[in-house]
Design a protein around this ligand. Structure first.
Ligand SMILES: NC(=O)c1ccc[n+]([C@@H]2O[C@H](COP(=O)([O-])OP(=O)(O)OC[C@H]3O[C@@H](n4cnc5c(N)ncnc54)[C@H](O)[C@@H]3O)[C@@H](O)[C@H]2O)c1
Ligand SMILES: [Zn+2]
Length: 380
């Protein structure tokens, strides 16, 4: 029997008005560092949080660009280091949460973000964190991962250290009520990719399967409504849960070739994380199908009630078609042409993608250089 374990945040609050729990969570804090970005502030979302922090000193760090580089992250962390805050709250999508998590292990002059890239285990946590996601989403509120772009490598790199698993999480669907359609769609498909990749990963365990399957069921049955209808609060709440569950699945398992091959698309061409995953999702799942068929059929049995398909082959084909339908209905670009990438970039892409062995080794079907080239060609 394999050995497996699961590490998750110590307290998770969800449902209507769950932001009210902030007061109790921070009751012993004297000064709070609030990480966010200008988009979130502009959308008026920070007020929902600040209203809960009466009587506590708050210092705001909002100079975070979306999908930051390691140096941009370091700049914000350097400012934060001098703040003397005793608690971190992150209000934002994956970009904000990832940097807040890095900050929680980098309040020191002994090492910085670039050192953590090479040696993530040197990071020691010294401040507690509360994550309030505003996308549904990366699942960063559950994971030990922080992803930063490394400009000279033209790649996004994951720093993984269990000390970054957040302490508290609040999943309040009010934070995604007015999420712009394009962002809702891309971030929702990112969560979908997390769920299906973790379920079909070599690293999957009974723990990760439980969270990945529940996440998959919730996403497949709610994503379109949640993205298309601003008032579909139940569907949005389900997406918040699903994104968190998929994050737990990442912690217990790991993503595979979809995420691996999508990293260079973010690092070099600045394609948003959710969009690059949406591009790779169907090509990689089709590539994996011959070895993942029983798992994809099992996923079908879970997400489709009283389905018509009876054979593993048909169930598995249905799942992959469904993934494609979701990407299409949510109008996410599926061609690199829209981002100015063409065939002359192929060699560099293949090279960079093949470097993401951290995730490629999780893929059930081995991905060779030739396979990576063929997969990128499909989205050219
Ligand atoms: N740590 C992990 O486990 C993990 C997993 C997947 C992805 N990631 C990383 O997360 C980042 C992507 O995060 P993301 O997809 O959540 O997007 P994001 O955080 O980059 O946000 C995208 C844009 O949406 C805006 N925004 C966010 N929430 C909003 C809201 N409710 N209303 C209006 N605007 C809003 C932001 O201001 C930003 O401009 C990438 O860097 C990716 O690599 C991390
Ligand atoms: Zn992702």
């Amino acid at each position: 029997m394999i050995k497996y374990s699961l590490k998750i945040p110590q307290a998770i609050y969800s449902g209507e008005n769950s932001l009210e729990n902030i007061k109790t969570i921070v009751k012993n804090s004297k000064k709070i560092a609030l990480f966010t970005d200008k988009g979130i502030q502009g959308a008026g979302l920070l007020d929902n949080v600040i209203n809960q922090l009466e009587g506590v000193e708050v210092v705001i760090f909002n100079e975070l660009p979306a999908e930051p580089t390691c140096d941009e992250a370091q700049k914000v962390i350097d400012e934060f280091k001098t703040s003397n805050a005793d608690f971190i709250i992150a209000v934002g999508g994956g970009s904000v949460m990832d940097i807040a998590k890095l900050a929680s292990i980098a309040i020191t002059d002994d090492y910085g973000v670039r050192d953590l890239l090479d040696n993530p285990q040197i990071g020691v946590k010294s401040i507690k964190t509360l994550m309030i996601p505003t996308t549904a989403g990366t699942g960063s509120e559950a994971t030990p991962n922080s992803i930063v772009a490394v400009p000279e490598k033209e790649l996004k790199v994951g720093i993984v250290n269990e000390a970054m698993i957040p302490d508290y999480v609040i999943l309040d669907a009010i934070m995604i009520k007015n999420l712009p359609f394009k962002i809702a769609a891309a971030t929702g498909v990112d969560a979908l990719a997390h769920a299906i990749e973790c379920f079909t990963s070599k690293k999957a365990t009974p723990f990760s399967d439980m969270f990945a399957l529940e996440s998959l069921e919730l996403i497949i049955n709610n994503i379109e409504k949640a993205c298309l209808n601003p008032d579909a609060m139940e569907a949005k709440n389900n997406m918040m849960l699903a994104a968190f569950y998929a994050g737990v699945a990442i912690t217990a398992s790991g993503t595979t070739a979809v995420h691996a091959l999508s990293y260079p698309l973010g690092g070099k061409y600045h394609i948003p994380h959710g969009v690059s995953n949406a591009m790779m999702l169907v090509p990689v799942m089709k590539f994996n199908e011959p070895v993942c068929r029983p798992l994809l059929a099992k996923a079908y049995d879970r997400v489709v009630k009283n389905g018509r398909e009876t054979t593993e082959e048909a169930k598995s084909a249905w799942m992959i078609e469904k993934l494609g339908n979701i990407v299409e209905k949510l109008e996410i670009p599926t061609s690199l042409k829209e981002y100015g990438v063409d065939n002359k970039d192929l060699d560099v892409l293949v090279e960079s993608g093949m470097n993401v062995q951290r995730l490629l080794v999780n893929n059930m079907r081995e991905v060779t250089k030739e396979d990576a080239r063929a997969l990128y060609l499909e989205i050219m």
